[in-house]
Design a protein around this ligand. Structure first.
Ligand code: 3PG
Length: 393
C-alpha cells in the first residue's frame, strides 16, 4: 500500500488531485463544503511535512471550455478560510505562467490550479495534457476518490509521468468501503435517486447482483416509471435508457431482487419554493407538472422495507431537497437510516449534502465523498483512478 506517508515530500512539489466538485450558486457561494473539508488531512499532512502543495480539481461539466461560473477561485477562498492560510487560486492549470509561479513556491505554500475541465485534454485523457501537468510537480497524489471512476488525464494519465501515491482521504474511502461492502449483513438494500441518471443506470445493472432490494426515487425514479409506461409529466427522463431499464428489471427478476418504485409522488409546476405542490398517485401525474419528491405512501413503504435491512447503501436524494417543500422524502429516508440498527453508507455529493443539512451525518456508518465512484465500488467494478495506484488494486 502506498500513500503520501511512504514518500519523502519535504521540499518537493506535490500535485494533489482532489475532488472539489462542490455545489456552488451563480454568485460563487459554496452551498456545501464537505468535499473541501474531507481533503484537509492530506493537505495538512503535506504542509506539516514541508511540501509545496499544488492542488487541482474539476468543477461541474464545462466540457473543455472556460466557464466563468465554474472557476475555482471561490473554492480557494473557502479552503483558505478553513486553513487560516493563503491558498492562491491560479487562472490556468498548465503552461509557462503556472510553471513559473510553481517554481517560486516556498515549502508549505499552497496553490489551486484552475478547473481542469476547462481543457479538453482532461476528459479525453490526452497524454499531452497529462505531460503538461506533470511538469509542475515531482510527485502526484490522488486524493480525489469521488472522481476516480473517471479515466481522465488528472486521474489516470498523470501516473504515466510521475510517481503516484494515494492521499489520506483516498486511503480512508477505500478502507471503509471495502470493509463495509465485503461481507455485508443481509438483507442489503440500495436506495437510488438523484440526477446523473444516464451515468448511474449502467452501474445499477451491476449493483443488482450485490443487493436484495432496490428502492428507487428522485430523478432515477422518473426514468424507471416512464419505462414502466407511466406518464411522468414534464419530469426530466433519460429516454434513450429505456432498454437499460428493461434489462435491469429482467435481471432483478432472475436474481429475485425486488425493485420498489414510488406509488405516489409530490408534483409541482416549477422548481421554485413559491410553487403549489400536490400529492398524486403514480398513475395520475398531470401532464404539465414535474415530480419533485416521493409521496407519503411511498415513504411508508420504503420505511417498512428499510426496517428489515442490515445494510443500506444510499445514493441520490428522493427529490429536490434543496427546496424545503420538496425535501420531505429525502429527510424521511435520512431519518429512518439514522435510527436503523444497520450499516448505513451514504454516497455522493448531494446525498451527503442532504444528510449534513439534516444534521444526521454522525448517525451514519460512513458518508462517502464519492457518488458515482462509491456506486461503482459497490458494484465490484475496478475504478480506473484506484487501479493506477500501486498496491491498491
Ligand atoms: C461527482 O460529483 O460525482 C464527481 O465529482 C464526478 O463528477 P462528474 O460526474 O461530473 O464526472
Amino acid at each position: 500500500k502506498k500513500t503520501i506517508r511512504d514518500e519523502e515530500v519535504s521540499g518537493k512539489r506535490v500535485l494533489v488531485r482532489v475532488d472539489f466538485n462542490v455545489p456552488m450558486d451563480l454568485n460563487g457561494v459554496i452551498e456545501d463544503d464537505t468535499r473541501i473539508r474531507a481533503c484537509l488531512p492530506t493537505i495538512m499532512y503535506l504542509i506539516q511535512h514541508k511540501a509545496r502543495v499544488i492542488l487541482c480539481s474539476h468543477l461541474g461539466r464545462p466540457h473543455g471550455k472556460v466557464d466563468e461560473h465554474l472557476r475555482l477561485k471561490p473554492v480557494a477562498r473557502r479552503l483558505s478560510e478553513i486553513l487560516h492560510k493563503q491558498v492562491k487560486p491560479l487562472m490556468e492549470s498548465i503552461g509557462a505562467g503556472v510553471e513559473h509561479i510553481v517554481s517560486e513556491m516556498q515549502n508549505g505554500e499552497i496553490v489551486l490550479l484552475e478547473n481542469l475541465r476547462f481543457y479538453p485534454g482532461e476528459e479525453t485523457n490526452d497524454p499531452g495534457f497529462s505531460h503538461d501537468l506533470s511538469l509542475l510537480a515531482d510527485i502526484y497524489v490522488n486524493d480525489a476518490f469521488g472522481a476516480s471512476h473517471r479515466a481522465h488525464a488528472s486521474i489516470v494519465g498523470l501516473a504515466e509521468y510521475l510517481p503516484c501515491v494515494a492521499g489520506l482521504l483516498m486511503e480512508k474511502e477505500i478502507e471503509q468501503l471495502s470493509s463495509l461492502f465485503e461481507n455485508p449483513l443481509r438483507p442489503f438494500a440500495a436506495i437510488m435517486g438523484g440526477a446523473k441518471v444516464a451515468d448511474k443506470i449502467g452501474i445499477l445493472e451491476n449493483i443488482i447482483s450485490k443487493v436484495d432490494i432496490v428502492l428507487i426515487g428522485g430523478g432515477m425514479g422518473a426514468t424507471f416509471l416512464e419505462g414502466e409506461g407511466y406518464g411522468v409529466g414534464v419530469s426530466p427522463v433519460e429516454r434513450n435508457k429505456m432498454e437499460m431499464v428493461k434489462k435491469i428489471q429482467q435481471k432483478a427478476e432472475t436474481l429475485d431482487v425486488k425493485i420498489f418504485l414510488p406509488k405516489d409522488l409530490i408534483v409541482a409546476e416549477k422548481l421554485e419554493s413559491s410553487a403549489t405542490v400536490q400529492v398524486v398517485s403514480v398513475d395520475d401525474i398531470p401532464g404539465n407538472q414535474m415530480i419533485v419528491d416521493i409521496g407519503p405512501l411511498t415513504i411508508k413503504e420504503f420505511t417498512n422495507e428499510l426496517k428489515k435491512c442490515k445494510t443500506v447503501a444510499w445514493n441520490g436524494p428522493m427529490g429536490v431537497f434543496e427546496i424545503p417543500q420538496f425535501s420531505n422524502g429525502t429527510k424521511s429516508i435520512a431519518t429512518v437510516l439514522a435510527d436503523l440498527d444497520a450499516t448505513t453508507v451514504i454516497g455522493g455529493g448531494s446525498t451527503a449534502e442532504a444528510v449534513t443539512q439534516f444534521g444526521l451525518t454522525d448517525h451514519m456508518t460512513h458518508v462517502s465523498t464519492g457518488g458515482g465512484a462509491s456506486l461503482q465500488f459497490l458494484s465490484g467494478k475496478t475504478l480506473p483512478g484506484i487501479e493506477v495506484l500501486a498496491g491498491f488494486q
